[in-house]
Design a protein around this ligand. Structure first.
Ligand code: PLP
Length: 396
């Protein structure tokens, strides 16, 4: 029996276990310490009432013979594909329902999409990065080329004439972990690059719900993207579905390799390996994207945005550089005094009793940076911000 030897090429994923270990050791030494976690990437606000109501109603339907449903249609029920299509339409983006594939998570789809590409292809991946892009390409035996995000480019790398050609190109905006958001001009450069080199942009829009103002929510707001991009959307962060699970992947009909349609390949792949999201969850997702649902969701997003503002304001007062904090639930700060990511982690834990995420866990360029998240409770976030200010005033 032969296993996939590529697994041996992956770095151990020790970021969150190391955080847990250091936090547990600290707690053992300091049982009275009141630790605040600003490291989590999971939401805390409950599902909105429209979603809960839809879930109850759909559950009732499943208990009655006349309205009971078995397997869902491939790609999702028409009602949810149409709801996602209308959601895009609100921003003037035309996506047909049969270009939308409903799934149980952007994470799965971002990984699974590699099924429709040859193995051994080249992936262009930003650094720092959401680790899933890296690990899934290693598992698939692909070559990874990195493009560096750094303070100089505001953690928003764009391709230039030196950027090598790639088959798949990962973009995450608003970005996890840096919170940085591309504008339309920068995304146009990516679209032009992809079309020139014949690569496909894999656009991760998991945090688009946080975008305000003129910044793009979707790669399909950019001219030419329908010929060169696939987009992953998710209700996880937008509507609090991290535990409920519903996402969607958009594969435009124009996207082709020669005369092979990637939409057709993804439809075939999904029908072969996936039996769909439950009817109840699809109804809940439909409700989240209704006018009423979107209004209610906006309140939750505003809650997180205010948390992000509170953390950002503390860093502004301290004169600490950061990206994110606006249009994003993440705040990505430069560790003061040239401290390393883990050194800063230990300082915040021991002096402020606040837990964040060391940037080094997201790639080489993350060393010397640190991620805080706005997904926590308001009072605890405000308390953490005060403690961070006090600690850093004493330490830097
Ligand atoms: N993409 C990014 C950049 C994320 O940070 C996350 C979750 O943290 C996901 C995708 C996963 O989304 P889902 O819950 O839909 O699987």
């Amino acid at each position: 029996m032969k296993v996939n030897e590529n697994f041996g090429r992956m770095k151990p994923s020790y970021l969150f276990s190391e955080i847990a270990k250091r936090t547990a050791e600290f707690r053992e030494r300091n049982p009275q310490a009141d630790i605040i976690r600003l490291g989590i990437g999971d939401v805390t606000r409950p599902l909105c009432p429209a979603v809960v109501e839809a879930g109850k109603k759909a559950t009732e339907e499943m208990g009655v013979a006349e309205t009971f449903r078995g397997y869902a249609p491939d790609g999702g029920y028409p009602f949810i594909r149409e709801a996602v299509s209308r959601y895009y339409g609100r921003r003037g983006v035309n996506i047909a329902p049969d270009e939308i594939f409903v799934s149980d998570g952007a994470k799965c789809d971002v990984g699974n999409i590699l099924d429709i590409f040859a193995s051994g292809i080249t992936a262009l991946v930003p650094d720092p990065v959401y680790p899933v892009y890296v690990d899934t390409n290693i598992m698939a035996g692909n070559e990874i080329v990195y493009i560096g995000g750094n303070a100089g480019n505001g953690f928003l790398p764009v391709p230039d004439e030196t950027t090598p050609a790639a088959d798949v190109i990962y973009i995450c905006s608003p970005n996890n972990p840096t919170g940085a958001v591309y504008d339309a001009e920068q995304l146009k450069k990516w679209v032009d690059y992809a079309r020139n080199c014949g690569g496909v942009i894999l656009f991760d829009a998991a945090y688009e719900g946080f975008v305000q103002g003129d910044l793009p929510h979707s790669i399909f707001e950019i001219e030419g993207a329908r010929e060169c991009a696939i987009e992953f959307g998710s209700l996880s962060k937008t509507a609090g579905f991290t535990g409920t699970r519903c996402a969607y992947t958009v594969v435009p009909k124009e996207l082709k390799s020669g005369d092979v349609s990637l939409n057709a390949l993804w439809a075939r792949r999904s029908a072969t390996k996936f039996n769909g999201v439950s009817y109840i969850v699809q109804r809940m997702a439909e409700a989240a994207l209704s006018d009423e649902g979107l209004k209610q969701i906006a309140e939750n997003l505003a809650y997180y945005e205010e948390n992000a503002r509170i953390i950002s304001a503390a860093l502004d007062e301290l004169g600490i550089e950061y990206t994110g904090g606006r249009n994003s639930p993440y705040i990505w700060l430069k560790c003061p005094n040239g401290m390393g990511s883990w050194e800063f982690f230990d300082l915040l834990l021991s002096k402020a009793n606040v837990v964040g995420t060391p940037g080094a866990g997201f790639g080489v360029n993350g060393e010397g940076y640190f991620r805080l998240t706005a997904f926590g409770d308001r009072e605890r976030t405000a308390e953490a911000a005060e403690r961070i200010k006090k600690t850093l005033r004493e330490e830097i």
